[in-house]
Design a binder for this molecule. Structure first.
Ligand code: SF4
Ligand code: SF4
Length: 55
């Protein structure tokens, strides 16, 4: 299991600095590496567009 980022992402960059394991990478839509994500939920809490959800 891992969190995923939907097309609601506006590439604001808020989540990337909040991930404790560096699982998020930049892009037009940011991405979460499912092998690195520990399901902590921190990124989902800070996303202004609620684009991040558990898979
Ligand atoms: S749920 Fe936690 S570990 Fe997974 S991408 Fe978000 S902040 Fe990183
Ligand atoms: S915080 Fe949300 S909108 Fe901003 S880059 Fe991350 S997923 Fe995209």
């Amino acid at each position: 299991m891992a969190y995923v980022i939907s097309e609601d992402c506006i590439a604001c960059g808020t989540c990337i600095d909040e991930c404790p394991v560096g699982a998020i990478s930049e892009g037009e839509i940011y991405k979460i590496d499912p092998d690195a994500c520990t399901d902590c939920g921190t990124c989902a809490d800070v996303c202004p567009t609620e684009a991040i959800h558990p898979a």
